[in-house]
Design a protein around this ligand. Structure first.
Ligand SMILES: C[S@@+](CC[C@H](N)C(=O)[O-])C[C@H]1O[C@@H](n2cnc3c(N)ncnc32)[C@H](O)[C@@H]1O
Length: 323
């Protein structure tokens, strides 16, 4: 007899601690789309900032992530039930559940409320945005100095940009192209990165791609793998091409399917070598800078499905699989 299969308990992936008691109050406290709260430069003006507690902001983000994951898995079940069984009752049941999840997302304020909650997470009161870490690393690597000396600019793609001006203070040497699924500003291109056309010419490719707290937003392991592989294709084939990745630390430090070291193996196969990292044990967020390298075929098979690397009662199910 084979080993007894055990149900793996799902915990939400978020940079924040889940708090199920305040979900409904989050929906009431967050405003819907309010262009007046965004300044000419795209910053959320403090005077107009919604007054929400840290707890409510965190709760909204966590709850939204959970709903996104439910939505993604219900959509998958719906598609496979329709394709394989054509069982009308089952299809109806999944559709009803999906409608209910989507109603809950709308009640929470949808992507807009999630973005406002995340913007508050970026604010100075909460420790600032991640761009400072990337700028410091590019400075330490001598890339800033090189650009300034050559009067040249790094071509950067910022995936999941809540504000258009995170790199405004570096405009002399960084030419940033911010995109987001739901743009909060005319200077942010509204685009799904997974649908972005690949660069037709080398000069359309990027020197740096920033992917800060976005990979954990992508709800399926296969789409996460696709995102990392597409980032590799959007980068120039030059030694100084980088991916700046920011993730809630538990995604790698407390997952059943990944660890900090196995993630490094996966990235090597996709074609990334670790250049810099910043995180502390028990911390909420980790920062990694990956240099583009040649991808590897050997060992790829291990990453086409999820494999448990460790298990425990309070672990999460964050995973990445390759397309
Ligand atoms: C938590 S926010 C992160 C914002 C910011 N980068 C930061 O570090 O605080 C995640 C953002 O990623 C965006 N996003 C998620 N998937 C995306 C995709 N496939 N293409 C473009 N943007 C995406 C979401 O719309 C959301 O605004």
């Amino acid at each position: 007899m084979g080993p007894k299969s055990r149900r793996i308990k799902k915990l939400p992936i978020s940079s924040f601690t889940p708090d199920t008691n305040v979900h409904s109050s989050a929906a009431q406290s967050l405003p819907s789309s309010d262009s007046k709260s965004i300044s000419r430069h795209g910053r959320v003006r403090s005077a107009n900032r919604p007054v929400v507690s840290r707890k409510i902001t965190q709760s909204t983000i966590t709850h939204f992530h959970t709903l996104l994951k439910k939505q993604s898995s219900l959509k998958q079940s719906l598609a496979s039930t329709i394709e394989n069984q054509r069982n009308d009752e089952r299809v109806q049941a999944i559709q009803t559940e999906l409608d209910s999840v989507e109603r809950e997302m709308t009640a929470l304020g949808g992507l807009n409320a999630y973005q406002i909650a995340s913007t508050l997470g970026q604010s100075k009161e909460r420790g600032g945005d991640s761009s400072k870490v990337l700028v410091r690393w590019l400075d330490e690597l001598g890339i800033k100095q090189e650009m300034v000396a050559q009067s040249s600019k790094l071509r950067m793609l910022e995936i999941g940009a809540l504000m258009p001006d995170n790199y405004a203070s570096c405009s002399k040497w960084i030419d940033n192209h911010p995109i987001d699924l739901h743009s909060q500003h005319p200077d942010i291109l509204e685009q799904d990165f997974l649908q972005r056309p690949l660069p037709a010419r080398e000069q359309d490719a990027f020197d740096v791609v920033s992917c800060s707290l976005v990979l954990n937003f992508v709800s399926s392991p296969a789409d996460r793998g696709k995102m990392l592989s597409l980032i590799h294709k959007q980068l120039k084939d030059l030694p100084n091409s980088f991916l700046f990745l920011v993730l809630p630390l538990p995604c790698l430090a407390n997952s059943r399917y990944l660890s900090l070291s196995t993630f490094q193996d996966l990235m090597r196969i996709i074609g990334f070598t670790l250049e810099r990292e910043q995180w502390k044990p028990g911390g909420k967020v980790g920062y990694w800078l990956w240099r583009k390298s040649a991808g590897e075929l050997e060992g790829r098979d291990r990453w086409v499905r999820k494999t448990v690397v460790k298990d425990g009662p309070k672990m999460n199910n964050f995973a990445v699989v390759l397309p």
